[in-house]
Design a protein. Structure first.
Length: 175
């Protein structure tokens, strides 16, 4: 979703507690460690507020849960409200397409797959851009949406099907 840009921006933000949508309550440390086969060293939860502007059709926050193994390796779960207007929804789709085109123009490979309500992707970038390699899943529940991303670790990408299983649990736990 287009709010992926907000998630990246949020990495530089200081943590604030509690986050509006409490994303860390949607995935446990034990589930994170079982998925990645890596020990979580720190967890951070924060909100990144955004205003209605050219990229957002309403004001709200992006609530983020970061679980780090060793920085920069992490699991990140972001929860926010969905666009509320048809124009906002269309803009979101366009920004998603633009982000994928940008990654491909830099030599990236993207695999997309839908599992019912859950959309998952893998991103593999070459050379110095490989730090962005990840597996992600997104979905919507009512007026909220989530984005779950897992950095590639020492053994490579976490398989899409495994991230999807955790995404199903998160979807069932969302308010």
């Amino acid at each position: 979703m287009a709010w992926i840009l907000l998630a990246v921006t949020a990495l530089a933000q200081a943590p604030a507690a509690p986050a509006k949508y409490q994303p860390c309550s949607l995935v446990s440390v034990a589930e994170t460690e079982a998925l990645t086969v890596l020990k979580v060293t720190t967890s951070e939860e924060s909100d990144v507020p955004y205003e209605k502007d050219a990229h957002h059709d309403h004001a709200d926050v992006l609530s983020i849960c970061n679980r780090y193994f060793t920085k920069p390796l992490q699991l990140q779960l972001s929860v926010t409200s969905l666009p509320v207007t048809a124009e906002g929804k269309e803009r979101d789709k366009g920004e998603d397409r633009a982000a994928q085109e940008f990654a491909r123009s830099r030599g990236g490979k993207i695999e997309n797959k839908d599992f019912g309500k859950i959309h998952c992707s893998t991103l593999t970038m070459p050379g110095d851009l490989a730090r962005a390699n990840s597996t992600t899943c997104t979905s919507e529940n009512g007026k909220l949406a989530f984005w779950l991303g897992v950095s590639a670790g020492p053994k490579g990408l976490v398989p899409m099907e495994k991230v999807k299983v955790l995404a199903e649990k998160i979807l069932a736990r969302m308010p």
